[in-house]
Design a protein around this ligand. Structure first.
Ligand code: COI
Length: 367
């Protein structure tokens, strides 16, 4: 499977979009110094309808509730997929999207597996460009903040039978955000529950993957952990990812992350971290990681760092992990020097404070 397909900034198409703009922005009522993640919504959303044959009725409208039939197919049978993305602002005020073509490609891999229509990459990217341009004053500039974007698509047929819907809605909306996790995490290596099985939908961002993780996550939190660290569904022997992110280990001066399989999400931040590490001369290994190996590194004192990566989280350190009732603290073992140098570089590229040798940053054109 080809996971990433970064493209240079080149796409311009004549997309017909109608605009219904809010007469009064709510931005004045937002305290940007105390934003709670995911609770503040920008003024507008982008919407497009799939009518069974093509994408129509593209519009920018005020962010607000939808009217849906109780028989809406997605609510019953789960044809619902999403992406997570972020926009930043350059020093000169230009809004910047990060790797939007890669999100478009992953969205379409999810759509394909969930038997939903794909969305043309150019429509996906232009939709976000238009939305971000309209709501550009919502992009926060404080260090560590950004405008989180949530594009999603769900089945809208009102029909009781189990079959793929013929109609879908694509919507994108935004939230100004700060850190998703505000401190290093304690993760529980999960052995009772499984996130995804081979041949299943683990590699997609379908809503059900997250719904199914809620009970295991709550149980882990009741035991004092912040997140579950999933293992393979058969033997629970190999690390996979956490409930919201991919994961990395630094041991014996190597950066190691589980190799992608069809049970794992191909994180765009994961891919960025690997590229940045390699560019810094760090030895990177993408391969299966056994839980026993992790514990052996911990016992030998060679487990230097563990961290998670994702769009919402960006990069957050793990302070310790639990396995079979025992807790393994990382405090004191790691300097976090590899994770912090990669995070600094990523932040600088995303905000155009550093050169972008990978072509990841996509300036949003004025519309
Ligand atoms: C993201 O990191 O953007 C995600 O989609 C994970 C989400 C559950 C917060």
């Amino acid at each position: 499977m080809q996971y990433f397909n970064s493209k240079p900034y080149s796409t311009q198409m004549a997309l017909e979009v109608t605009y219904e703009l809010k007469t009064e922005s709510t931005i004045g009522s937002v305290d940007f110094d105390h934003i709670q993640f995911g609770r503040v919504f920008a003024d507008h959303m982008f919407m497009a309808t799939y009518d069974g044959a093509q994408w129509i009725e593209c519009k920018i409208a005020p962010y607000g509730p939808l009217t849906l039939s109780p028989a809406t197919s997605a609510l019953h049978y789960g044809q619902s997929i999403f992406e997570g993305m972020k926009a930043f602002k350059a020093a000169d005020g230009t809004p910047l999207l990060f790797r939007p073509f890669d999100n478009a490609a992953r969205f379409n891999r999810s759509a394909q597996r969930m038997c939903m229509p794909e969305i043309p990459e150019s429509l996906f990217v232009e939709a976000l460009e238009r939305l971000i341009w309209v709501d550009r004053q919502w992009i926060p500039t404080k260090e560590g903040s950004s405008l989180y974007i949530r594009p999603f698509m769900f089945a809208t047929d009102d029909f009781l039978g189990v079959r793929p819907s013929s109609r879908y809605l694509f919507i994108a909306w935004c939230c100004p955000v700060v850190a998703y996790y505000s401190q290093p995490l304690k993760v529980k290596i999960e052995e009772k529950y499984a996130r995804a099985a081979p041949g299943g939908v683990g590699f997609t961002k379908c809503a059900g993957n997250y719904g199914a993780a809620m009970l295991p996550t709550r149980e882990a939190q009741e035991e004092g952990f912040d997140q579950v660290l999933w293992t393979d569904p058969v033997d629970h022997e190999f690390l996979e990812e956490t409930g919201t992110t991919n994961c990395f280990v630094v041991a014996e001066d190597r950066l190691i992350t589980p190799a992608l399989t069809d049970t794992m999400l191909a994180g765009i931040t994961r891919d960025s971290v690997i590229s940045l590490a390699r560019a810094q001369g760090i030895k990177v290994e993408e391969r299966p990681i056994r839980v026993s190996e992790l514990k052996a590194w911990h016992a030998a004192g060679s487990l230097q760092e563990m961290f998670i990566t994702g769009t919402a989280a960006t990069l957050v350190n793990i302070q310790g992990f639990g396995h079979q009732g025992k807790y393994y603290a990382l405090e004191g073992t790691g300097s976090h020097s590899i994770s912090s140098s990669i995070l600094d570089r990523l932040d600088a590229i995303r905000t155009r404070q550093a050169a972008d040798p990978f072509g990841w940053v996509h300036p949003v054109p004025a519309r």
